[in-house]
Design a protein around this ligand. Structure first.
Ligand code: FAD
Length: 390
């Protein structure tokens, strides 16, 4: 029997094959060398100053669209992609968001629903990190109910003309290409919008207290004129954006576990060294109860992520099952990170430690890609057959 490993108390590593572990190690090394030393500084300044250089480096390790086939993408499995998301988010949720939005939202939309010309034009550059993408669905007045979106695309001769505003768009200000969803006379359609198109602008949203090491923007579409070739030909209706969201949510199921892991490990290290009343705080029963509960939820969450990943690789994963994973793992990850914060006492609120950064980041993760309430309603509907959304 292998000795007990506090980092892997249930021996879950044995459930991954060598290739999966190799992907995990590559991403872990990249984060440790390239991002972790700087991320608290970026978070504090509320900027991602090297986002373009970082994107190229992420492209080099095959992180963008890694679970897609062809067009310069790595063609990795769902579990490999999940492990990569876990390691990115163990570093910072902003880094995982950059990767998720690029690969699972913008690239996936073009890969799944785009024309051959759109794929050839954008996917190889996006996979290489030379072109950053964003995904515009949410609007200032429209969030959980995106089918009510107000952004509109009208035909004008052979062209499309887009008007509207999108809000809270990750990567918006640094994107070369935006996948924008708009109402048309035919239903909701997706448009591939080069961000240098006249009438398009993407002012950055400031004063965020969460995901500060991530670019978040408004998209303004003011008579943006696009050729017929800009529309995604493969889908009409809400199935388009919702299919993409399912992909990104899957990454969050894994990623949130990474944030929780970092906080648990930080708290364990801290509690072993910090003494009060003449002994390490790790030795107090109340602290140990916290650690036991944190470890239970962390490793249950990891097993759930792996189960959903295996189903995704087998082609049997259902959207409701992704909702189980997103709701549970983000909720438990926040709880783990907040508990870790208490173990660090006052130091828990300092950026000298990663814990508070993860706590505040996860507030965004709880809300985006479907709020926890929306996933609760998805599961409620699946269980009862009754729709409680409206
Ligand atoms: P609302 O929909 O207004 O919801 C407010 C509250 O009401 C929530 O608690 C919600 O659960 C609850 N509520 C709403 N309807 C119901 C109901 N029927 N029953 C019960 N409760 C309900 N969007 C993009 O398109 N692209 C991006 O790249 C992107 N990146 C983001 C990055 C960050 C940092 C953040 C914070 C958000 C991002 N979003 C993005 C937007 C995100 O997807 C939305 O914020 C989310 O869908 C929720 O919408 P909302 O904020 O408008 O909240």
């Amino acid at each position: 029997r292998a000795p007990f490993d506090p980092r892997d108390p249930l021996g879950i590593d044995d459930l991954f094959d060598a290739e999966e572990l190799a992907v995990r190690d590559t991403v872990r090394r990249f984060c440790a060398e390239r991002v972790t030393p700087h991320v608290a500084e970026w978070f504090e300044s509320g900027e991602l100053p090297v986002v373009r250089e970082l994107a190229v480096e992420l492209g080099r390790i095959g992180a963008f669209g890694m679970h897609l086939e062809g067009y310069g993408c790595a063609g990795a499995s769902a579990v490999q992609y999940g492990l990569a998301c876990l390691e990115f988010e163990a570093c910072d949720s902003g880094l995982r968001s950059l990767v998720s939005v690029q690969g699972s939202l913008a690239m996936f939309a073009i890969h799944r629903f785009g024309s051959e010309e759109q794929k050839d034009e954008w996917l190889p550059r996006m996979a290489a990190g030379e072109a950053i993408g964003c995904f515009g669905l949410t609007e200032p007045d429209i969030g959980s109910d995106p089918a009510s979106m107000r952004t509109r695309a009208k035909r004008d001769g052979g062209d499309w003309v887009l008007n509207g505003r999108k809000m809270w768009i990750t990567n918006g200000s640094v994107a070369a290409v935006a996948v924008v969803w708009a109402q048309t006379d035919e239903g909701v359609r997706g448009f591939v919008v080069p961000t240098d198109t006249p009438g398009f602008s993407a002012p950055e949203i400031r004063h965020k207290m969460s995901l500060r090491a991530s670019v978040t923007s408004e998209l303004v579409l003011d008579d943006v004129r696009l050729p017929e070739a800009a529309v995604l030909p493969g889908v009409v209706g809400m199935r388009g954006p919702l299919t993409c969201l399912g992909e990104a949510r899957y990454g969050i199921v894994w990623g949130s576990i990474g944030a929780a892991r970092t906080c648990l490990e930080t708290a364990l290290g801290y509690a072993g060294g910090r003494e009060q009343f003449g002994r390490p705080i790790a030795g107090f029963q109340l602290t140990q109860a916290k650690f036991a509960d944190m470890a239970l939820e962390l490793h249950k969450g990891l097993l759930l992520a792996l189960h959903l990943g295996r189903r995704k690789d087998a082609g049997t994963l259902r959207p409701e099952q992704v909702s189980f994973g997103k709701l549970n793992n983000v909720r438990e990850a926040i709880e783990i990170c907040r508990t870790a914060r208490t173990i660090l006492g006052a130091n828990g609120i300092s950026l000298e430690y990663p814990v508070m950064r993860h706590v505040t980041n996860l507030e965004s993760v709880l809300t985006y890609e479907g709020t926890s309430e929306m996933h609760t309603l998805v599961i409620g509907k699946a269980l009862t057959g009754l729709d409680a959304f409206r």
